[in-house]
Design a protein around this ligand. Structure first.
Ligand SMILES: Cc1cc2nc3c(=O)[nH]c(=O)nc-3n(C[C@H](O)[C@H](O)[C@H](O)COP(=O)(O)OP(=O)(O)OC[C@H]3O[C@@H](n4cnc5c(N)ncnc54)[C@H](O)[C@@H]3O)c2cc1C
Length: 306
């Protein structure tokens, strides 16, 4: 694996940062550095870099806003690819009843909401309170009771060492907070289908978004670093309810704690490590399994070395 850093730096047009700290690039603010953080200039730049990495036997993974990612304290070996919001231009293509909106994977969910407002469209209101990027949302099938990405997804453009191609949403086998991307594929663009709104439809969409954001302010610990819901909700129940009944609300390990405000959130009180966060996760899993015989599955994605 030696020498690949210099080759990467010399061969790409985008930005490369070596030994880039990941804590500041995730919403939980924990985790060590990755060997290289690469922000490709465009699709060709990315495909060339992926070919180089594959040839050198260097692993890579994509990250968006880092709002659903727990990076280990020893960091990530290999290259982290981050698609910026300027990677590709936005496109709005009118279709029957609405529009197909294409955004770079690095566009924020807030930008999706901005496009809806500017273009008189609706249908992705659920994104307004969800942090992160369009690429992360498309990967995670992000959503709320109002809806989820699979309801609006048309297709994703992915890059692999072979180049770029579009994959229709139906092939991503969307399910609750998951999708199935080809191994090593980096989403570069996301295309969603939105509806053209009448003034009253748009007003009611705006109202739904405002209510959701208000609700989150009241029920989520938004003033402390966190990664949203730590566990997926088990069939017919809520992970937060099970954690609360186990008496874990407010339980602290090192600099991390189960939130007092929302039982399925872990907060970084300052100086938390990934090890602290993982210990809290394992504690909840053990207690919930012991008390309810339910195996809680993390929604947050673990990456790197712990
Ligand atoms: C306060 C708070 C509230 C939240 N509320 C919700 C909620 O209501 N509903 C919900 O669903 N989620 C929620 N989340 C979780 C999170 O916001 C979503 O999962 C979001 O979609 C993650 O996007 P991201 O860009 O930050 O993804 P990241 O954390 O960067 O990545 C998540 C996964 O997607 C992959 N990925 C990211 N970008 C790409 C790409 N371009 N190509 C290939 N793979 C990629 C990563 O490898 C990783 O496996 C919340 C989080 C926080 C902090």
């Amino acid at each position: 694996m030696t020498g690949w850093r210099e080759e990467l730096r010399a061969s790409v047009r985008g930005e490369v940062i070596f030994d880039a700290p990941m804590a500041q690039r995730t919403s939980l603010r924990v985790g060590g550095p990755c060997d290289a953080l690469f922000r490709p200039a465009d699709a060709e730049d990315l495909a060339g870099a992926l070919r180089l990495l594959r040839g050198a036997g260097v692993p890579w993974l994509a990250i968006g806003g880092g709002a659903n990612t727990l990076v280990g304290d020893r960091g990530i070996r290999g290259c982290v690819v981050r698609i910026g919001p300027e990677f590709a231009p936005e496109q709005v293509e009118p279709v029957e009843g609405g529009a197909l909106v294409t955004l770079p994977a690095g566009a924020s969910n807030q930008r999706v909401v901005g496009v809806m407002r500017e273009e008189g469209l609706w249908g992705a209101e659920f994104l307004s309170g969800i942090p992160g990027s369009a690429g992360g949302a498309a990967t995670m099938n992000a959503g709320t009771k109002m809806g989820e990405m699979k309801d609006v997804m048309d297709a994703v453009e992915v890059a692999t060492p072979e180049g770029a191609r579009w994959i229709p949403a139906a092939e991503l086998r969307y399910a609750y907070r998951t999708s199935h991307l080809p191994e090593g594929a980096v989403i570069t663009r996301v295309r969603i289908r939105l509806k053209r709104g009448t003034p009253s439809e748009l007003a009611s969409a705006a109202e739904r978004m405002e209510k959701d954001r208000d609700y989150r302010k009241r029920t989520q610990p938004l003033t402390l670093p966190n990664c949203g819901s730590v566990f997926r909700n088990p069939e017919g129940d809520f992970a937060g309810r099970l954690i609360e009944v186990c008496g874990l609300k407010g339980r602290r390990i090192g600099g991390a704690s189960w939130s007092e405000v929302h039982a399925n959130f872990i907060v970084n009180l300052g100086g938390a490590t990934a090890r602290d966060v993982r210990a809290l996760i394992e504690l909840a899993q053990a207690q919930v399994k012991g008390k309810f015989n339910v195996q809680l599955e993390p929604e947050v994605r673990f990456v790197g070395e712990f």
